[in-house]
Structure formats: structure tokens, C-alpha cells
Design a protein around this ligand. Sequence first.
Ligand SMILES: [Zn+2]
Length: 301
Amino acid sequence: MSYFEVTKNVVAANATNRKKSKINNAAQTIVMSCLALPDKLVFVDCGVYLEVAEKFRKDMEKKFQRKTSYLILTHTHWDHILAMKAFKDVDIVVSKKGLASLKKDLKGYLSSEELLEYAEQYAVEDSELANDIRNADLFLPNISANDEFRINSGEHEILFKVIGNHTAGSAFVYYPQEKTMCAGDNLLECYPQLLTSNWKTMDLLHSWEEMDIEHVVPGHGKPVTKEYITNIQSYYDKLIAFLKEQIKQNASLKNVLKHPELPDYFASNQPDWYFACRPEANWLAVSIEGWYNFLKKQKKK
Ligand SMILES: [Zn+2]
């Protein structure tokens, strides 16, 4: 597991159980964070590997000499919550919509019967992951917020803010005194973005740009600076302008995808880059297709 000292009071960790992972799955790339308030620790997301989550918590309690009071979940997808047992004794915060979907999923793909099957998908490439999926102890968080939730400590404050997009109940966590935001899967570093193809997405990126942020902890990958948000925004600005022009010329999606002037994704040549969390998928192509279809529909209106 690698730790990133984001600021004096924020540490992020790659939840991976390997020194240098060649394995491409969401459990190996997810990021957990520890935000230290003057009198307590607040964690954001906990990843999948129970031992890794427990070690991160213990290491941070030792480093800061403070107790853990909260685990905040940016959303309730399995890769962000599976190790939640490591935080069973503290308050766990999620959005109201996230809580509702977790309730449903605990009877669906996160039920103990279905987790056994889910584990089989990873059994060969990552036996430890398969084991942790099989033995997951999932339960409902005790705090749920409609729009926002604040954790205070003297002059310091941590804000949990529901914004939707990646999932209906997705949220980000903002620590203004450290100028740091934990974005959850609404911002990814080692993958293309999973943002929905509509104007609200662009508004979200813009609203983040307006905030007093220096550091951003993504849902997957490693921490970045605010410039990364600007890069994402300008990529989509370029992509949208290009697609509008292509749609005007009645270009098919197939031709658009292989067009030499299709804007390059700014981060695709960095180390540890994947086009999706599974080798057979490509989220960049999915995103381009989403925008192509959205803009085509807009033009017809
Ligand atoms: Zn994720």
C-alpha cells in the first residue's frame, strides 16, 4: 500500500495489497483518505481489502495520535465499501440515496449468496480479493444526509456534499482548511472519467474550479492538484466542439472514433493508466459515444 502525504493533515492511500500491481481491477486502484481534524480522524472510503483498511486506520491513529470518529462513503459501490467492517465502531456517513441503493444491493449483488459468485470472477487473478469479497461484512451506515453533513472541530470543518452524477447518491468531501477535496468516482486519475454526458457534468466541473481547492483525491489512482480538473474540463470542451462539428457533417460514430482530429485524452500516456477497470472495456470510447448521442439529440430538438 502506498501512502500520499497530500497535506499536513490529509493522507491518502492506494488500497492495493501489492507493491507494484499489474492487476487491473477496481479494488487495486481505489483510494482511501484520512482527514485529521484537531481532535479526531475522519476517513473517506475504505476499499475492499480488510487487512489494508485496518492497517491504514491503525497507522493514521498512530501518526496523528487521535481516535477515529467517522468513515464517510462517497458512494456505495462495492470497491468503496467492502472493508467497512474495519470501521464498525465509528459513525458511518452516506447520502440518503446511497443508503437506499445499498439497502437494495444488500438483497441483490451484495447479498452473501451473490458475493460468493462475484468472488469467483476474481478468484484466479486475485485470490485475496476473492476471499475478502466472500467474507465481506456489510451493514447499513448509521448517518445519512439528503444534501450535506458537516463535521466540526473548533475552527475546522469537513463538509460532505451530495452531488449525484456518477451515482444518484454520490458525494464529495471538502476540507477547506487543507484546501483538499475527496471527489469519489466523479473524478478519476488512472482511468478516463465516468461522468455522465450532459451539461450538469460540465456545471459540476466548473463549480469545482470555483472552489478554493489545491489538492484533489480521486476515486481511483493517485492524488492530483486542481489543474487536473481544468485539464478534464478543457478536454471535454474540445471534445464537445469537435463532436458538434462532426454531427453537423453527419459523421457516424464509427468514423468519429477513428477520426485523426479526435482530441487526445490528456492523461492516457501516464504510468499506471488503464482505459477501464477491466481489460475488456474502454471508458473513454463509452464517454465519447455518450456525448455523441447526447449532442445529436440536442441538435434535433
Ligand atoms: Zn470506484
